[in-house]
Design a protein around this ligand. Structure first.
Ligand code: ME8
Length: 641
């Protein structure tokens, strides 16, 4: 029997469109799934959306929609983003699916009847008094607050007193600790295992599994006045999606017999590494095999947040760098498993260096030489010399190393290893100089060198396929591989000599077209989530936006940012500084004296260290940009309505 591998992402909240944090986890899971498939393992890749809870309910209300309508709308954004990123999930679970709801009900009924080893009821009713952050969908302790606010959402938590049902977590801590200590439930990287054991040592309280005040949720089967608390609804997605309670064969196949790996961000460690195994133990199910927690990233040095408006839309990245480019760029910014910074401002530079130059040029260069020196056919090699043997050795060993890294979920090292092979191939071609061999009429040597180059490219295309599926498939077409050979396997990546001489190659093309970097090494275009999903706002909401006429009194370029101008504006009663992304279209000189329109009641935002107190209005048409200006005789500070 081949190994079975099941990989999951968190199920994401749907009160907004997907952002690059969620895309990061999903791309990483996709790379793992594709590697395992290529490695011949039966693979099940699960992702989905977490749709219940007060956050969705409240967002829906402000948009004048029902919660279900909002979920249905936003789920499509997730699915669309995952399509454009080539995410090959096998199943998309939604917590509003009837199948999921039935599974949760079954689990809850079972837990309600269960008793702990000490003979106590696993679920009991109690009263909860506490602070609840709607943003986190969780109760929050005084200790966690910063200046009275939730540090993640900068919101004041609500005081809540209500009847709740509780899960007797305290009775399961020892067992969970043992599972983790002995790696029956492997928590990785190692420092996260340490962190989890630390949490367990401190001790944790029983947790609430239901809410009285949230109506958008699954009613408890034993008390319909109460709805499941978000985590007890969300975590079971991992089993409902593989048939818990409705398809025992499928459940056996994946949950019981597969190697189950949950890939998540470190923010949800406690729920996955402690609550989830405890729930599974209490209901008589096995825990997953591994939980891998990757780090959290900032974007160009800043924490991603709606308030700062620096949340990047993954689809914007796909437009700029292509699907494969985005996958590669997001995964190669910092080591997987650690925290890091995503330098969107330097994406174009890295794309050009690694993908356009090192890989793309290598492919087109090799194919061009096959076209000019070998009539467009894969040549027949003669006896190998040392450099040929060396490259062959490196190429055939690469698969072993890459596979080892992937099994350890060391995605960066796997990619580095493939890039090393790309660079060795470039060096090989430089040194062997086929163009010189052609000039000197050394036909046999020339053909051997080109065969070795193309064969290495075939191996590279097989190894890189899980990361760059679209472009590697094209690369394989160009190398003349047949339709059946376009989806590579790792077995094939270990073998040498599979390219058949005399196969016609395709017309060379640039796999990763070079990007203009001028003006791109700036801040990313930011897309505040929700913009496109909220087509209607009320008059009342619109009237909250304070638009005023302002005269530009001073203007200068922002150092190190080609797109930005710092403007000093006069609003009649006061002067302010704002930063605007208009430097490519307007010089500082021509800005002076313009009467522009500015949103003046925005929260100030720090842009490149400068506090920007407002935002000007401009029309945008691709690269064209035109400021919204008014006649010079309109007084500064006049209202625009
Ligand atoms: O927490 N860096 O959903 P969510 C890296 N519904 N990864 C990031 C990130 C960042 N800055 N921001 C988000 C939920 N992520 C629950 C999960 S699971 C049973 C329920 C990723 O939409 C990371 O994977 O808030 C994180 O764990 C996840 O998005 C949180 O997604």
């Amino acid at each position: 029997m081949s190994q079975r591998f099941m990989v999951t992402t968190p199920i994401y909240y749907v009160n907004d469109k997907p952002h690059i944090g969620q895309a990061y986890t999903t791309i990483a899971a996709d790379v793992l799934a594709r590697f395992h498939r290529a490695g011949g393992e039966e693979t099940f890749f699960l992702t989905g959306t977490d749709e219940h809870g007060s956050k969705v309910e409240e967002t829906a209300k402000t948009l004048g929609k029902t919660p279900q309508e909002l979920c249905d709308l936003n789920v499509e954004h997730f699915k669309k983003a995952w399509r454009s990123l080539n995410i090959s999930y096998d199943y998309f679970v939604r917590t509003t699916d009837v199948r999921h709801q039935k599974a949760v009900e079954k689990l809850l009924s079972l837990l309600r009847d269960a008793t702990t080893e000490e003979g106590e009821k696993v679920i009991y009713a109690g009263e909860y008094r506490g602070l609840y952050c709607v943003g986190c969908e969780k109760f929050i302790t005084d200790k966690e607050l910063v200046n009275g606010l939730c540090p993640d959402h900068l919101q004041e938590p609500r005081k809540v007193t209500e009847k709740n049902y509780f899960f007797r977590l305290s009775s399961y801590l020892k067992q969970v600790q043992k599972l983790i200590r002995e790696d029956q439930l492997k928590i990785s990287p190692a420092e996260r295992k340490k962190e989890t054991l630390g949490l367990l040592k401190q001790g944790l309280d029983d947790f609430s599994i239901s809410r009285e005040k949230v109506s958008w949720g699954i009613p408890l089967p034993f008390d319909p006045e109460q709805n499941t608390y978000v985590w007890v609804d969300a975590l079971p997605n991992y089993i409902s999606a593989v048939g818990y309670g409705d398809d025992s064969k499928q459940f056996q196949r994946w949950w019981k017999e597969g190697r189950v790996v949950h890939l998540i961000g470190k923010d949800i460690l406690k729920f996955h590494a402690i609550f989830w195994p405890a729930i599974l133990l209490a209901s008589g199910e096995n825990p997953p095999n591994q939980i891998f927690l990757h780090g959290f990233f900032t974007v160009d040095g800043q924490k991603m947040s709606k308030t700062l408006g620096n949340i990047v839309d993954p689809e914007y990245l796909v437009e700029q760098y292509g699907s494969d480019g985005t996958r590669y760029l997001l995964l190669t910014q910092f080591p997987f498993g650690q925290d890091g910074d995503i330098q969107v401002g330097r994406f174009a530079e890295k794309y050009n260096a690694d993908l356009a130059n090192d890989l793309g040029n290598l492919v087109s260069r090799a194919l061009k030489m096959v076209k000019s020196y070998c009539q467009g056919e894969i040549p027949k090699p003669s006896a190998y010399q040392k450099p040929d043997e060396d490259l062959k050795g490196e190429a055939t060993e690469c698969a072993e190393m890459v596979w080892r890294y992937i099994r350890d979920i060391n995605i960066n090292l796997a990619i580095d290893q493939i890039m090393k092979l790309v660079r060795s191939t470039n060096r090989y071609i430089e040194k062997q100089a086929p163009w010189a061999l052609a000039k000197e009429n050394k036909k046999e040597r020339l053909e051997t060198v080109l065969y070795v180059s193309c064969e290495t490219l075939r191996i590279i295309s097989a190894l890189f396929y899980p990361v760059l599926p679209q472009r590697c498939r094209r690369m394989r077409e160009l190398l003349g591989l047949s339709e059946e050979e376009l989806n590579p396997t790792l077995t094939e990546a270990r073998k040498w000599g599979l390219l058949k001489p005399e196969t016609k190659v395709g017309t060379p093309e640039s796999l990763f077209p070079r990007l203009e970097t001028k003006g791109k090494a700036e801040k990313p275009e930011v897309v505040t989530m929700g913009q496109k999903t909220e087509p209607e706002i009320s008059f009342e909401e619109f009237s909250k936006i304070d638009l005023r006429v302002a005269e530009v009194k001073g203007a200068e370029r922002v150092k190190g940012a080609n797109k930005l101008l710092k403007l000093r504006i006069d609003l009649g009663s006061e002067q302010r500084e704002i930063v605007a992304g208009i430097a490519e279209q307007y010089s500082p000189e021509e800005m002076i004296g313009k009467k522009i329109v500015v949103v003046v009641n925005l929260k100030p935002a720090k842009i490149r260290g400068i506090e920007s107190k407002g935002m000007l209005l401009a029309a945008k048409d691709g690269k064209l940009l035109s400021l919204v200006c008014v006649d010079k005789d309109i007084k500064s500070g006049s209202e625009v309505s």
